[in-house]
Design a binder for this molecule. Structure first.
Ligand code: 6PG
Length: 470
């Protein structure tokens, strides 16, 4: 046994992490299954393609791969989420020993990770479900790492993963053991949910500029750059700037891309998790729904002919300042509700989640890194919600007005703003002391005798009324 770490799966993420580890001087073994005629000699080809990479042993036989690893073995699986993970674990179990650690670095469903950890207790194998963010570049240069699972397993892999993680502004690794069970994958799921919201907000903002404010992509780039200098900068904003500048044969590539947004799970799982734990989640639900609506391309095209709306041009000067406020407000709300899901699940599951640390972990390497994330990490040292924080109160107040203007004008002009409108409704709802929920309770009691409590009755007693005096 010569290698101190093993990686299974030489796809984009697996191979990039392998390069990162090798660069840090970690001796690794890499394994990829062989599928005759489809995937052959993948690990060997990866090593051949990177002649400068040192200390990496390629394998296409699982037993030989396992044998090459020092005990306790540390094996990172970088393969697709789902049943493949269970099959891989079952195959590994025939070769590995008690005390070894299996790490799942994919986007697995957190409840599956909790079950796998429990299952592996039997053979005495540690399981770490680890969220990894950053795509190819992040994995290669320094990803954001969110390990969860057994603390013993984490302790064994810590020295290695610390070396490859991205570094925050103080040089600390963007890696944090978030908690037991499926906590690592839970945190990655919420991360992705915020990612969906941030992406959709950029798309809504861009669409309003281009279609209703009559701006060219060049003008949009200028405005986005200005906003970035004023604190709205983020990795995703930089991505959009690059996309808006990318031409192919003299045309913007973006204009040729089909407007159907896909998804691979995490965003939708966050929505159902929020519902399960009773967390209001409309804005990030709207981001998932927007992708779903986009997937109904044929229907959209047909209905667009039937319900033809004339394009209404909005006044650019009037709208632009408000649009910036609305964009910032949307981001605050996206983060607020993502973290409120983290807080609630963390409390209910007794995971002891540290929201400031989690935000810090997302300040580098992560797809949702931004100046705002740095700020949020600071805010969560003192407050448990962004809306409660005195530091952000003025932002919420000012930007809510801007957002209401933008959403109102956009809806009047016939343009959908799903995340923005859900965000302003969330904010209004969460800052309304006397709501109309009394009428909902009364209706529940009217037809179902569910009972209601009285506003001025501190005892919390439940009353039922004979509404028709029968
Ligand atoms: C990241 C990303 C990444 C995720 C993609 C795909 O943090 O690096 O979240 O892990 O796989 O963004 O997500 P969808 O296919 O659902 O858009």
């Amino acid at each position: 046994a010569v290698s101190s770490f093993g990686i299974i799966g030489m796809g984009v993420m697996g191979s990039s992490l392998a390069l990162n580890m090798a660069e840090k001087g970690i001796k690794i073994s890499v394994y990829n299954r062989t599928l005759q005629g489809v995937e052959e000699d993948v690990a060997q080809k990866f090593v051949d393609a990177n002649p400068d990479m040192k200390g990496v042993l390629p394998f296409d036989k699982l037993d030989e791969f396992v044998e090459s690893l020092e005990q306790p073995r540390k094996i990172l699986m970088m393969i697709p989420a789902g049943q493949i993970i269970d099959q891989q674990i079952a195959r590994l179990l025939t070769f590995i020993d008690k005390g070894d650690v299996i790490i799942d670095g994919g986007n697995s469903y957190f409840e599956d990770s909790a079950k796998r950890q429990q299952y592996l207790k039997g053979p005495g194998v540690h399981f770490v479900g680890m969220g990894i963010s950053g795509g190819r570049k992040g994995a290669r240069k320094g990803p954001s790492l969110m390990p969860g699972g057994t603390s013993e397993g984490f302790a064994l892999i810590k020295p290695f993963i610390e070396k490859i993680a991205g570094k925050d502004k103080d040089g600390k690794p963007c890696m944090h053991y978030v908690g037991p069970d499926g906590a690592g994958h839970f945190i990655k799921m919420v991360h992705n949910s915020i990612e969906y919201g941030e992406m959709e907000l950029l798309a809504e903002t861009y669409a309003l500029m281009r279609k209703s404010l009559g701006m060219s992509t060049g003008e949009i780039v200028k405005v986005f750059k200005k906003w970035s200098k004023e604190g709205a900068d983020s990795y995703l904003m930089d991505a959009v700037l690059a996309i808006l500048n990318y031409e192919e044969d003299g045309d913007l590539l973006l204009d040729k891309i089909l407007d159907v947004a896909e998804q691979t799970g995490t965003g939708g799982w966050a929505v159902s998790t929020a519902a399960k734990y009773g967390v209001p989640y409309a804005p990030l639900t709207a981001a998932v729904t927007a992708r779903l609506i986009s997937s109904k391309k044929a229907q959209r095209v047909a209905m667009a002919k039937k319900y033809d709306r004339k394009a209404v041009e909005l006044d650019q000067k009037e709208m632009l300042t408000s649009l910036k406020g609305a964009y910032e407000m949307g981001r605050l709300i996206n983060h607020e509700i993502g973290f409120s899901l983290i807080r609630k699940v963390g409390e209910d599951e007794n995971w002891g989640l540290d929201m400031s640390e989690i935000a810090r972990c997302w300040t580098s390497g992560s797809i949702i890194q931004s100046s705002l994330m740095e700020k949020i990490s600071g805010v969560f040292k003192k407050a448990s919600s962004l809306m409660e924080s005195p530091v952000l109160q003025q932002n919420f107040e000012k930007e809510a007005t801007a957002m209401a203007e933008v959403v109102g004008a956009a809806l009047k002009a016939g343009v959908a703003m799903p995340v923005m409108s859900a965000a302003i409704n969330y904010f209004y709802g969460m800052s309304t002391g006397e709501s109309s929920a009394n009428l909902v309770q009364a209706q529940r009691d009217y037809f179902g005798e569910h009972g209601y409590r009285l506003a001025n009755d501190a005892s919390g007693s439940v009353y039922k009324n004979n509404w028709n005096k029968e």
